[in-house]
Structure formats: structure tokens, C-alpha cells
Design a protein around this ligand. Structure first.
Ligand code: PPS
Length: 365
């Protein structure tokens, strides 16, 4: 081959020169035409629309496929982050909860005048804690400086002795499923359920935000979703919890309500709660001032103020504890695959019950 043939051939396939890198077709070189910027294809101008590859985040390579969220968990476990927990009697519990308190909480001797607010986490506990506190304080809101978790304490966090030492009637928060909850036939149990799609989103932000409890600040929603759907989160499987209490929804000493129904008609559910607690509470609502005060101070807007009343400090960059209070926020978080998988689990776990009717118009299918 003559030199001129050689050079004619190779000018079409230029020899790589590290000083003049060949643009990489995986990272398209933007056209600067129309942007008023001169261009030289040998020296591509970085364009923030097409970020420069970062060796910490490798370029997809078909030889090393990105894990597929549909793959079995064994594969995913190697990739994803998981929250950290302490273990107690087979339960995962937040790392900041004293194990001795959790244990003693389970063996608390429930008393006839006790009123339990029972939920799977993130289903409306704090909202109802504040409603019952205000009912018990003639419509006064919880003042700044007080902590709802000492006023209506979390049994598994403070332990049995703390609760036993409170004056009666007691108002007690718990996340325990039915068979583990301290039982007394004359005690009362208010159970609040929330649809699992919004529950997992709220639980994700909770777990990410309480860094000292879970060490999951960098965790993604996808990471958390896998833990939730496997029931590998604090207080266990959402569906087991719900089913355990749903079976008792018609017991005389159980008031079973949903977060969504409370949102749709809050005045009615404040009345229902007062009625369930007894006539002395219901009578208070005849006083319009008390009723309106409870309605106002337990609204999402009011409870978004002075949040130190509801939870311990979270890092500034995390979402607040009283976060959005919406129905359907899951639509901003779920992939199609996640919708299908949670729906599938929902249908399988609740087969033979009417649970799907609780959220007939909310749950995707
Ligand atoms: S916890 O940590 O389990 O006690 O959390 P919990 O209180 O059960 O749930 C927190 C979610 O309830 C929302 N919330 C409210 N929604 C409507 N109105 C009022 N007043 C209210 N108070 C709390 C709170 O914002 C959390 O839901 P998300 O979806 O994360 O906003």
C-alpha cells in the first residue's frame, strides 16, 4: 500500500491520540450550535447537561449488568444498604431503644383503665396520641417543652415500670402486634391502619432521618422497599401486624380506624375516639370551644409547628417528622415493578379478608 493510500484510508479512522481524546459515543457530545459557543470536536467543551463520567459511578457495561430489582434477594443483598437494628425476642428494634425496656414493655401488666394507641409504624400514631392527650386535657394542645412520648409514652421505648408509675387513666402508645400486646379485657385499644403503599414511604423517611436509630442516612427508597416487603424492619411485617389486629376489629374493646378515613372526616373520628373512650370524653365535645380547639391543634398544619413536641432531633437535612401527611405520596416513589410486587403481596396476605375494601379506591391494581 502506498503512503497516499494509507493516509487516505486512516484519515477516515483516526489513530487515537491521548492529547485529543475521541469523543465517547456513550456520552454524547452536545451540539453547541445555536448556543452561541464555538466548538472544536477535538476539544469537547464539558456540558453540564452531559456529565463527565465519574470513576466512582462506573459506566454501564453489558458484561457487568446492573442488578435488577426483580432478581432474588440473595443477589440484591450484596448491593443494597440496610438499616441497622438491635434485636430483642426476635423483633428488630431501633438501636436507641433500650433492650431491657422493650422486654419489660412486652410483659407490662395492662390495667382496666389503660387506653392503648396501637399502630404499625407510620400509620397515624402521633396524630391520635395528640387527639387523646387533648381530650384528656379539656382541649388544651400539648405545650412546647413537653414531649408526647412521655405524656402518651411508647411502651417498648420506656418500659413497663415507667408506664406502671403513671396516673390512671393511662394513654399508651405501642407498635406491637395483637398477640404480643399486653391484654386486659377492660383496657381499650385504638388501632389505626394506613395503606401499605404510603406507609412504606413514610417509614423510609423515618428510617433515613433517625440516623442514630438506624444508621441509614444514605439509604435509598429502593433499599428500604426491599427490607419492608421482606418484613425485615422494626416491628416486623406490615401485613402480619395488620392481620393480627384486623381479626379483632369487632371486639368491644377495640376501635379499628384508618388513617385515610380520619383524613377524610376528621371531626367524625375525633367524636368516634371520644365515644370509644367513654361518655366523660364525649361530653367534653359538646363544648364547641373544646371541640374546635382539638380540631385545630391536631390538624396537619398545627402539628407541623414546634415538632420537638413529637420526636427527638433529626439532622437538618432530613425531612421533618411530621412530613407530608398525604394520601398517595407513594406515586412519587414507586417503580412499576415495586407497585406490582407490593400489590401482589397485599393480595396474597389479605386473601379471605375484606382488608382490600379499606382502601378500595386508593390501592393500584
Ligand atoms: S410513628 O413514628 O410510628 O409514631 O409515626 P406516626 O405518627 O404513626 O406516623 C407519622 C405519619 O403521620 C403523619 N401525620 C399526620 N397526618 C395528618 N394529620 C396529622 N395531624 C398528622 N400528624 C402526623 C406524618 O406526617 C407521617 O406521615 P408522612 O406520610 O410521612 O407525612
Amino acid at each position: 500500500m502506498s503512503y497516499s493510500q494509507f493516509s487516505a484510508l486512516y484519515s477516515r479512522f483516526p489513530i487515537p491520540n491521548s492529547r485529543f481524546p475521541i469523543p465517547d459515543s456513550r456520552f454524547p457530545n452536545p451540539s453547541w450550535e445555536g448556543l452561541g459557543v464555538g466548538s472544536d470536536s477535538r476539544f469537547p467543551i464539558p456540558d453540564s447537561r452531559f456529565p463527565i463520567p465519574d470513576s466512582r459511578f462506573p459506566i454501564p457495561d453489558s458484561r457487568f449488568p446492573i442488578p435488577d430489582s426483580r432478581l432474588p434477594n440473595e443477589t440484591m443483598n450484596q448491593q443494597r444498604q440496610k438499616p441497622h437494628y438491635s434485636m430483642c425476642q426476635g423483633f428488630r428494634i431501633p438501636m436507641g431503644f433500650p433492650v431491657t425496656c422493650f422486654e419489660s414493655g412486652l410483659s407490662y401488666n395492662a390495667q382496666p383503665e389503660d387506653n392503648f394507641i396501637v399502630t404499625y409504624p407510620k400509620c397515624g400514631t402521633t396524630w391520635v396520641q395528640h387527639i387523646v392527650w387533648m381530650l384528656n386535657h379539656d382541649g388544651e394542645p400539648l405545650p412546647v417543652g413537653k414531649d408526647i412520648n412521655l405524656e402518651v409514652p411508647h411502651l417498648e421505648e420506656v418500659g413497663a415500670d415507667f408506664v406502671a408509675a403513671m396516673a390512671s387513666p393511662r394513654f399508651i402508645k405501642t407498635h406491637i402486634s395483637y398477640s404480643f400486646t399486653p391484654y386486659c379485657a377492660d383496657a381499650k385499644y385504638i388501632y389505626i391502619a394506613r395503606n401499605p403503599f404510603d406507609c412504606v414511604v413514610s417509614f423510609y423517611y423515618h428510617t433515613k432521618g433517625f440516623v442514630k436509630h438506624y444508621n441509614f442516612a444514605e439509604g435509598t427508597f429502593n433499599d428500604f422497599f426491599e427490607c419492608f416487603i421482606e418484613g425485615e424492619v422494626d416491628w416486623g411485617d406490615y401485613f402480619e401486624h395488620l392481620l393480627s389486629w384486623y381479626d379483632h376489629r369487632q371486639d368491644d374493646n377495640v376501635l379499628f380506624i384508618t388513617y385515610e378515613a380520619m383524613k377524610a372526616d376528621t371531626p367524625n373520628y375525633i367524636r368516634e375516639i371520644a365515644k370509644f373512650l367513654g361518655s366523660s370524653y364525649l361530653d367534653k365535645l359538646n363544648n364547641a370551644e373544646i371541640f374546635n380547639s382539638i380540631l385545630k391543634h391536631t390538624s396537619f398544619t398545627s402539628m407541623s409547628q414546634d415538632q420537638s413536641r413529637w420526636s427527638s432531633q433529626r439532622p437538618k437535612e432530613m425531612t421533618p417528622f411530621i412530613r407530608k401527611g398525604e394520601i398517595g405520596d407513594w406515586k412519587n416513589h414507586f417503580s412499576d415493578d415495586q407497585i406490582a410486587r407490593l400489590y401482589d403481596k397485599f393480595i396474597k396476605k389479605t386473601a379471605g379478608t375484606d382488608i382490600a375494601m379499606l382502601w378500595a379506591d386508593l390501592i393500584p391494581n
